[in-house]
Design a protein around this ligand. Structure first.
Ligand code: MG
Length: 389
């Protein structure tokens, strides 16, 4: 079997809002085709035009070859060897960041293909089947541009998640800082008020995680706010500190009464090694659409398992990446929760329309998917409607 084509679809929702804290408004959908007629689907969480260039650009010299050029004509089944080959031969195009995010989309498509070739769901091919059910958490969606609207939207979203039977939720609490929702700039006290309101809405029994999206640059300032959050019984606080400041992560982790989670933007196991060893984080968060694919995410999970750290993969994209994350979790010990929001609860059109996944939520748990590969069906009408040149 040979790879005949790698098609890259740049997708942007027609209601895209640059003020919204959400990268699920666009997508790079990668389709790997073979000479035997099978297709694999992958996706990256990266500006889709940049991702497409990373895959389609022609090579210019021995250490800066073109990704698609390297893969066409190769047997798609030798996934790890292909990943290593591309990683090595595109080294001068970028050993981290965009090139690796894009490579992950191709790898995800190869994994999908492998499952389809075997006629098995991907998680069965990965080994280490999960002995316990998979518990998803719902990411609560904020709205509005005032403090009150933001708080009330999160609480409403928390109510909805509770009604759907979720056991865990993550509240984004980002009304200031580089990731601020809709240009807001609220005080840290008001961030504390939002977390308190969400905890009140949920009651004491549900697991609550909070994502502050790089609100701080140093442990001292972060701690001046987070020391008041102990009473909210948080499972973790996500990305309190900008990812370059690893020593500040370690300083905060040494003081905080809850876990510090991070990793959503990182690519390769090597970046995670630094975050874990020097940053001393307590929850490891690879994103399959950024870390370099399912195999690289598994390497990160193995690294976390060696250190007894829980993994809670990040994923805020369409059913393609959500499915890849679920398959990873069904075959990887140590994954505590996965991020999963049913399409009907999502405001993002691409999440609702691009892909139908084979994931069923029942009693707050996700059942193992049964369809071959990732088990996703692409809605080609959505690809045509949101495709960009
Ligand atoms: Mg986050």
């Amino acid at each position: 079997m040979k790879i005949t084509d790698i098609a890259c679809h740049v997708l942007v929702a027609d209601d895209v809002d640059p003020g919204l804290t959400s990268s699920a408004q666009d997508s790079l959908l990668v389709v790997v085709s073979t000479d035997e007629g099978l297709e694999g689907y992958g996706e990256s969480d990266l500006n889709p035009w940049i991702g497409r260039a990373c895959i389609e650009a022609s090579g210019t010299h021995t250490m800066g070859l073109g990704m698609a050029e390297l893969l066409k004509g190769k047997d798609p089944r030798d996934i790890e060897a292909l990943w290593d080959h591309v990683y090595t031969m595109t080294a001068m195009n970028g050993r981290r960041g965009a090139v690796i995010h894009a490579l992950g989309a191709v790898e995800m498509a190869l994994r999908d293909l492998a499952g389809k070739i075997a006629g098995e769901p991907l998680w069965k091919l990965l080994g280490d089947p999960r002995p316990t059910p998979l518990v998803p958490y719902a990411s609560l969606q904020p709205a509005g541009s005032s403090f009150e609207a933001y708080r009330d939207a999160l609480c409403q979203s928390a109510e909805n998640a509770k009604k759907l039977g979720f056991k865990a939720v993550k509240a984004e609490c980002t009304m200031a800082g580089p990731y601020a929702h809709d240009g807001m700039n609220e005080s840290y006290d008001r961030h504390t008020e939002v977390v308190a309101a969400v905890r009140r809405t949920l009651g004491p029994d549900m697991t609550l995680m909070v994502d502050v999206q790089y609100l701080w640059r140093d442990a001292e300032t972060a701690w001046s706010v987070l020391r008041d959050w102990e009473e909210f019984d948080l499972y973790f606080v996500e990305t309190p500190i900008w990812p370059d400041f690893l020593d500040e992560h370690a300083r905060l982790a040494a003081r905080a009464p809850f876990r510090i989670a991070s990793g959503e933007w990182l690519s390769t196991r090597w970046e995670f090694e630094d975050l874990i060893e020097r940053g001393r984080i307590g929850v490891v968060q690879p994103d399959v659409g950024r870390v370099g694919g399912v195999g690289e995410a598994r390497a990160v999970c193995a690294m976390a398992a060696e250190r007894n750290l829980p993994v809670v993969p990040h994923c805020w994209k369409t059913g393609v990446s959500l499915s890849a994350t679920a398959h990873l979790a069904f075959a990887t010990p140590g994954i505590a929760f996965v991020e999963f929001l049913p399409p009907q609860l999502c405001i993002e059109k691409l999440r609702r329309e691009l892909a139908m996944e084979d994931l069923v939520l029942e009693n707050g748990e996700i059942l193992p998917p049964t369809r071959p590969g990732l088990g996703v069906e692409i809605n080609w009408d959505a690809v045509r409607a949101y495709g960009r040149p």
